[in-house]
Write a protein that binds this ligand. Structure first.
Ligand code: GSH
Length: 257
């Protein structure tokens, strides 16, 4: 995937999407897919994972990714703000269900998948606890620790994370079976909506794609695939069938990052 630098991006108009270069960060993968489905053109801007990214902070006030910057508007990094920007700038079928109750359900599922304290948030805390990474130099450990403190790492956080992740998976599984019974291929209503895209992007933290589908950097697939047995057991096959369908029909593979 081609990236431009922050300095180059600052001189442009239109949508610039800051992404973690070289890694399939699920928040970034989701943002990219949302803009793709809404046919919003963007240029990708490079963020370096675990680094201070001072030029990005000077531009947007954020160190991490994704950040979506449209024209001279303030940069957006929250998943909901990004959905709403894709809605505003895009065309074609909406990412939000037409029925207001369905919209609330869709955004509720999305919040559970990618919001603070949600599924991915909890899985990230677990990954750290599992100590999946091979022994690393002290400087890298320090950078990782600094990054994790920005992602809700507190002494008790990893203890509660598995139960939170399991609860959210159970809800998604229940809903998918319910939808299957009513003849729908989607999490809410009868059409693709934002929560389907969010689940596809974040399903990597339940069962990673293959290396052909997603050419992970060394060690990252293994890290995504490590989880306590009770969390793995909550990952019913219907979740993976759903994400495979969403990638095949709406997003496309292999993943590029
Ligand atoms: N902005 C997101 C979180 C984004 C996030 O967690 N980004 C990660 C992965 S996509 C990242 O940039 N990691 C690399 C880093 O922190 O340097 C939110 O609203 O919760």
């Amino acid at each position: 995937m081609d990236y431009i630098s922050v300095a180059e991006a600052r001189g442009l108009k239109g949508l610039r999407l800051v992404l973690s270069a070289g890694v399939p960060g699920p928040w970034g993968i989701a943002a990219k897919a949302l803009f793709k489905v809404r046919a919003v053109p963007f240029v990708a801007v490079r963020q370096e994972i675990m680094q201070p990214n001072e030029d990005l902070v000077a531009w947007t006030g954020r160190r991490n990714a994704p950040v979506a910057v449209y024209d001279d508007e303030p940069g957006l990094d929250n998943w909901l703000d990004i959905v709403m920007l894709a809605e505003r700038l895009g065309s074609g079928p909406s990412l939000l269900p037409a029925d207001p109750i369905d919209e609330a359900l869709c955004l509720g599922f999305s919040a559970q998948i990618c919001g603070h304290g949600g599924y991915a948030w909890s899985r990230r805390l677990m990954m750290t606890r599992e100590g999946t990474a091979a022994p690393q130099p002290p400087e890298l450990m320090a950078r990782r620790q600094a990054m994790m403190s920005g992602y809700g790492m507190r002494p008790d956080a990893p203890e509660n994370a598995p139960q939170r992740a399991i609860k959210i998976l159970h809800g998604l599984v229940k809903q998918l079976y319910h939808q299957r019974e009513r003849g729908s291929d989607y999490l809410v209503g009868d059409h693709l909506s934002a929560c389907d895209i969010h689940w596809a992007a974040f399903s990597q933290m339940a069962q990673p794609l293959t290396l052909e589908e997603c050419p992970f950097p060394v060690g990252m697939r293994e890290m995504y695939d490590q989880m306590p047995p009770e969390v793995r057991a909550a990952g019913d096959a219907i979740l993976i069938e759903h994400r495979d369908r969403i990638f095949a029909r709406h997003i496309g593979l292999p993943m590029e990052f």
